[in-house]
Design a protein around this ligand. Structure first.
Ligand code: TXA
Ligand code: MG
Length: 359
């Protein structure tokens, strides 16, 4: 479908006191209420929002992103009372998770009610809901007065946006507006946990770790599909698509450090022989080493391998920068799967489209 909009951009200072009533929020909320799609920052990544109670509004999200219609959206609420507009009864473990982690990067799958737009749930009988921990997102949802369905604000398949500039690059002319609130904090998306089953199951690893949830509600399982070497079809429909991928071909190499470096060097030399522009997704610890290698054109560091929060924060911007520099062949190291590392590794594996070598 041809979309040809003039995309408004509002800049909002992260000065908490003034946000709720500022003209930018009022203006953006008015467009949301009028059934338009508007992008806004959350603590994880930028989202592309629309009224979750209107199929016509939600359709604009799918059209702008080029998103497959069997992939359900997360509904964002500004206060607990809004839950009842989209969800049915909340199981006890769901309540406990909300008490502990909302507002925050945790999406909870609940039974849906019949007010929520059918496009939001893509035909499922459940709905994913979260309360974002970001003053702009919360102010915007409250001002709009309706629950807001919002996937990440990228063109489908691309790395999620962590700045308004990323959103603009993907969606200029395709959405009614973008609220610019600076860079997001967590950098990877929310954890998606299904509490309609017991024990609850993590469908997508993200900003809240399994360990954090288990401290509050006891055992939490992992959907088998995103564990190492998985062959199962994921239960979060969105997890089965190519995603987060840079335009260049990306490989990950895992194993003992010396062997990893040797294998990465071999892959890079081979790509160079084929005339490709090469890149290394490096860490602070390895960047200097790779900068000295003749077969490497672009070295980008995601931060220290001992600081996974920083790595999560910078990951998508680095993947986009490889595209910006037109790198055709990228190799990266792998990270610990502890804590936030599970989300980081999940996104890296998807970015690499499963091209992982163990040495
Ligand atoms: O941090 C985030 O969650 C960001 C920000 C904008 O809030 N949003 C986000 O949305 O990442 P999206 O659409 O890119 O990813 C939503 C994921 C998909 O994998 C989708 O399949 C899954 O959540 N999901 C949504 N509703 C579901 C449901 N009812 N059952 C199973 N999976 C669901
Ligand atoms: Mg997404």
């Amino acid at each position: 479908m041809e979309i040809n909009l003039v995309t408004k951009v509002w800049s909002v200072d992260n000065d908490v006191e003034n946000i709720p009533s500022c003209t930018q929020i009022v203006d953006a909320a008015r467009l949301l209420r009028a059934g338009e799609a508007v992008a806004f920052p959350t603590e994880t990544v930028y989202g592309l929002g629309a009224n979750a109670l209107s199929d016509a509004a939600v359709e604009k999200i799918f059209a702008a992103k080029g998103r497959p219609s069997d992939n359900p959206l997360i509904v964002h609420v500004g206060e607990r009372e809004q839950l009842s507009t989209v969800a049915g009864t909340v199981p006890e473990k769901g309540q406990k998770l909300m008490d502990a982690f909302w507002p925050g990067p945790l999406t909870i799958i609940l039974p849906k009610n019949d007010q929520v737009a059918s496009l939001v749930t893509a035909g499922l009988d459940s709905v994913g809901v979260r309360m974002p921990d970001h003053p702009i997102a919360l102010a915007l949802i409250k001002e709009a007065g309706v629950p807001i369905a919002a996937p990440s604000a990228n063109r489908s398949g691309r790395p999620s946006p962590t700045t308004a500039a990323h959103v603009f690059a993907d969606l200029d002319g395709r959405v009614a507006g973008i609220v610019d609130g600076g860079a997001t904090g967590v950098g990877v998306e929310s954890t998606v946990v299904d509490v309609t089953v017991d024990p609850p199951v993590i469908l997508r690893p993200g900003g809240i770790t399994r360990e954090q949830m288990e401290r509050v509600i006891g055992p939490v399982e992992l959907d088998p599909s995103f564990q190492v070497g998985a062959v199962e079809t994921p239960r979060a429909p969105g997890m089965k698509y190519t995603h987060y991928a840079p335009e260049g071909e990306m490989w990950l190499v895992t194993g003992d450090e010396a062997q990893v470096r040797a294998k990465m060097a071999e892959l890079l030399a081979e790509a160079k022989r084929h005339g490709q522009k090469t890149g290394v997704l490096a860490t602070e610890e390895s960047a200097a080493y790779w900068q000295e290698q003749a077969a490497v054109d672009v070295v980008l560091s995601v931060g220290s391998r001992h600081d996974l929060e920083k790595v999560a924060q910078q990951l998508y911007a680095v993947l986009r920068e490889f595209d910006h520099q037109r790198v055709q062949f990228i190799v990266g190291e792998t990270f610990s799967r502890e804590g936030l590392g599970m989300a980081v590794m999940n996104r890296l594996e998807k970015a690499a489209g499963g091209r992982i070598l163990s040495v």
